[in-house]
Design a protein. Structure first.
Length: 395
């Protein structure tokens, strides 16, 4: 087998079962493996450590499939691993309340670079690493077998593919059907998911539990849902008895879907207003108009995909949180989130604390948010814990 040999003393993370092997840890590669091909990972002393997918162009030179060198990485490996991931989701309490779940969550399910979301009878798959791309057909077969879904739409258009030397791919990988508006149900609310053109795979399934929490907190409150996207938090707040919801989004296409989602549910449309606007500018406008709210939700896009962008991201997070705290009434609640992998939970809390200080707000954290259970975080892969959130009470 083709082999990747590590430098002396650079095998500690692999022995701790971290699935990423960076280029700087590699002494040499023997056998000239192709992109995505399986290599045997060996320590400098010759110990067999793992089987991994090789990627010549990425700084992550290899991603581990198995830490058991005796395992064969072939079609049955993907059949078994995907079936296990699907069975895990079927056993979750959320499976009783929705027909939309994340079925495969990359490294945390032992499948580096593979993300699969289910929207009713349509799967949306992202092949984001050289290894996942190499085994694409075997993975598609395994997904169809494990779920019974005939339609699999590929959204391999994330920027990280370019780091693996892969071109974007979008379109039906298996089957074909109208997928611009996949109908799903979440805790009794109906949504239309645009898997073809929506952000990521079309909907933010990781926020499912947090939408339910906002629903429970919204009763009788004036709510501001900033970065509302297709209305997930807005409709949850409305269903929870919000007095009124102001939903702000810069994308006209997302707002169109949000309005369709509203129309699909028996909710009072007079209690919600959609605003197409830049959130930063609109918050300032609301401040200048003297508006105030009992609940503000901040769920912005990823400001810092990598550590290199953290400085600018921190400034953006601080700005929106400072303005949100100024817009909150005494006793009001701020549900604020970051999905930026480059921003740690500690840094995010520090940013929000700085925003509260600059806003002159006496505020305290009363809850913490994370991703729903269908987005597990393997203990050997803390990088998988990307979504963090705080529920802040303004005194």
């Amino acid at each position: 087998m083709k082999t990747l040999l590590l430098k002396a003393g650079r095998d500690k993370s692999v022995k701790r079962h971290h699935p990423w092997i960076f280029s700087g840890a590699v002494e040499r590669v023997e056998g000239n493996p192709d992109s995505g091909e399986t290599v045997l990972v060996q320590s400098a002393e010759g110990g067999m450590l793992a089987l991994a997918a090789y990627s010549a162009q990425s700084q992550i030179r290899a991603r581990v499939w198995s830490f058991d060198p005796g395992v064969s990485i072939k079609k049955v490996f993907f059949e078994t691993t995907i079936k296990k991931a699907v069975q895990l989701r079927a056993a979750l309490p959320a499976a009783r309340h929705t027909n939309a779940m994340r079925l495969v969550h990359g490294e945390s399910d032992g499948l580096p670079g593979l993300v699969v979301d289910r929207y009713d009878d349509v799967l949306v798959a992202q092949f984001l690493s050289a290894g996942a791309e190499h085994w694409r057909e075997a993975i598609l077969d395994a997904l169809a077998d494990a779920t019974g879904c005939e339609a699999i739409y590929e959204r391999s258009d994330a920027e990280v593919r370019s780091l693996e030397g892969l071109a974007p791919k979008v379109g039906f990988a298996r089957g074909n059907r109208e997928a611009k508006r996949c109908p799903i149900i979440e805790h009794g609310l109906k949504f239309r998911v645009d898997v073809e053109a929506g952000q990521k795979t079309g909907f933010f399934l990781d926020q499912r539990d947090n939408r339910q929490r906002v629903r429970a907190l919204a009763e009788g409150r004036e709510v501001l849902d900033a970065f509302c996207y297709t209305g997930g938090f807005s409709l949850a707040a409305l269903a929870g008895g919000a007095k009124h919801v102001t939903a702000v989004e810069s994308s006209a296409e997302a707002l169109e879907v949000a309005k369709e989602n509203l129309a699909a549910n028996p909710l009072d449309a007079s209690r919600i207003g959609f605003e197409k606007a830049d959130v930063f500018a609109y918050q300032r406008l609301l401040r200048d108009r003297g508006r105030s709210f009992g609940l503000v939700v901040l769920d912005p896009p990823k400001f810092a995909p990598t550590a290199a962008q953290v400085k600018n991201a921190a400034r953006a997070y601080k700005d929106i949180n400072l303005l949100a705290l100024k817009l909150l009434k005494p006793g009001g609640l701020l549900a604020t989130f970051s999905c930026s992998g480059g921003v740690s939970a500690e840094l995010f809390q520090s940013i929000v604390a700085g925003a509260a200080s600059d806003a002159g707000a006496d505020a305290k954290i009363i809850e913490r948010f994370s991703a729903a259970a269908d987005h597990p975080v393997a203990l050997n892969f803390p990088e998988g814990d990307y979504l963090k959130g705080l529920l802040v009470l303004k005194a």
